[in-house]
Design a protein around this ligand. Structure first.
Ligand SMILES: [Zn+2]
Length: 384
């Protein structure tokens, strides 16, 4: 048992700053209060206590080819099966992949991330590799798998169904790349099977303008429209929405993840975060492919804060931005799979404690903090 004393806690799902102590016992928050004090006292001297980060979208497998192919287009880089990424993945040995994924996960832990949602390539074997790579690390991957049987114009639906069921025995969900690679029947099967088992179904949508236009021209429906229609529990990117796309996402019960640095690296646009917030969408934020960007959420947050301001000429609320990396996941219909908590009594203790630089606790983190300014990281696998 120990007490984090004298800190500014970003409490609850709304990250309300309070100057109170937190008592933690056996990985759980058992008391929060001005006078709370039990066990070893850790005086953090005005530091900011924030929920640990969840990286909402990643491909950790491509840690093996950091910065390769820089300057190529989205499809040249990441489209299966011939993109730079997929060629590299299929030529990599298991040991090399595990080694690269572990290095990335260590970097993530050091920079305050305790959970990440990964689109894992390589079928069942790929899911097993990430599980093996992460087994002894203090970070929780939420693994969404895929299988080669999903692809093509005329896939064998029996094989697809079998592959989905096998994947779901060990994975937290299923995530094909995009609508350009799968048929509507395969999308339907993925969503159905995931829903039956209470798991996550996810897909990239509207990452590029050209994919959106192609989708509208060929099927009279945008990629976002298709994602909403198919009922995927989580839609990633939404960088180039069209028509009433954001309205329809807001009215659905779907989770959204945005990846501003990855979009910038691939020059596909700027996700309209301001408009999403106006529509009541409360997205997660992710760093996407490790080949494109470091998986450090502090870098993602500062980049996004400034980018939104310069691009839309309108400030984005720093608290709302920080919630995208922390507590927005708490209210989602997929949180029973993810199990990530806010700082509240009864919840497991998953916090980052940042050195104090300014009186604004949100900007203290987004605008001022680097990995080296993290005093402590607390989660279930950690103890002080
Ligand atoms: Zn992605």
């Amino acid at each position: 048992m120990f007490t984090i004393s004298n800190g500014i806690i970003l409490k609850g799902q709304d990250l309300v700053p309070v100057k109170e102590n937190i008592v933690i016992d056996d990985g759980k928050i058992i008391e929060i209060g001005k006078e709370a004090s039990e066990g070893k006292i850790i005086d953090v001297d005005g530091a900011v206590v924030c929920p640990s980060f969840i990286n909402g979208h990643m491909h950790i497998g491509d840690s093996i080819i950091k910065d390769e192919g820089y300057g190529l287009s989205l499809s040249e880089m990441v489209k299966p099966p011939h993109g730079v990424k997929h060629v590299a993945l299929s030529n990599a040995s298991d040991d090399d992949l595990i080694d690269a994924m572990r290095k990335s996960m260590k970097e993530m832990v050091e920079s305050g991330t305790t959970h990440f949602i990964d689109y894992r390539e390589g079928g069942l074997h790929g899911v097993k590799l990430l599980k093996k790579a992460s087994a002894d690390l203090p970070i929780k991957p939420i693994i969404l798998g895929r299988d080669d049987s999903f692809y093509g114009d005329d896939p064998d639906l029996t094989k697809v169904k079998t592959a989905i069921r096998k994947l779901l025995k060990i994975a937290d969900g299923i995530a094909p790349s995009g609508f350009g690679e799968i048929t509507p029947e395969v999308a339907k099967l993925i969503v159905e099977e995931c829903n039956k088992q209470g798991k996550i179904s996810s897909i990239h949508v509207a990452e590029s303008e050209s994919n959106q236009i192609e989708s509208l021209n060929e099927d009279r429906m945008s990629e976002i429209g298709k994602g909403v229609d198919a009922g995927f529990s989580q839609l990633v990117h939404l960088t180039n929405p069209k028509g009433n796309d954001l309205d329809s996402v807001a009215s659905s019960n779907q989770n959204v993840v945005v990846c501003p640095r990855a979009n910038a690296t691939l020059n596909v646009g700027v996700a309209p975060l301001n408009r999403m917030l106006d529509f009541g969408i409360r997205p997660l934020i992710g760093t996407d492919n490790v080949m494109l960007n470091s998986p450090n959420m502090l870098r993602e947050l500062e980049f996004t804060l400034k980018l939104m301001s310069v691009y839309y000429r309108k400030y984005i609320n720093p608290k709302e931005l920080l919630k995208m990396a922390t507590t927005n996941v708490c209210g989602l219909n997929i949180n029973n799979v993810i199990q990530k908590n806010s700082i509240d009594v009864g919840n497991s203790a998953e916090c980052i404690i940042f050195k104090s630089f300014s009186k604004n606790p949100y900007l203290n983190i987004i605008n001022r903090s680097e990995t080296k300014n993290i005093l402590y990281i607390i989660n279930k696998k950690f103890s002080i």
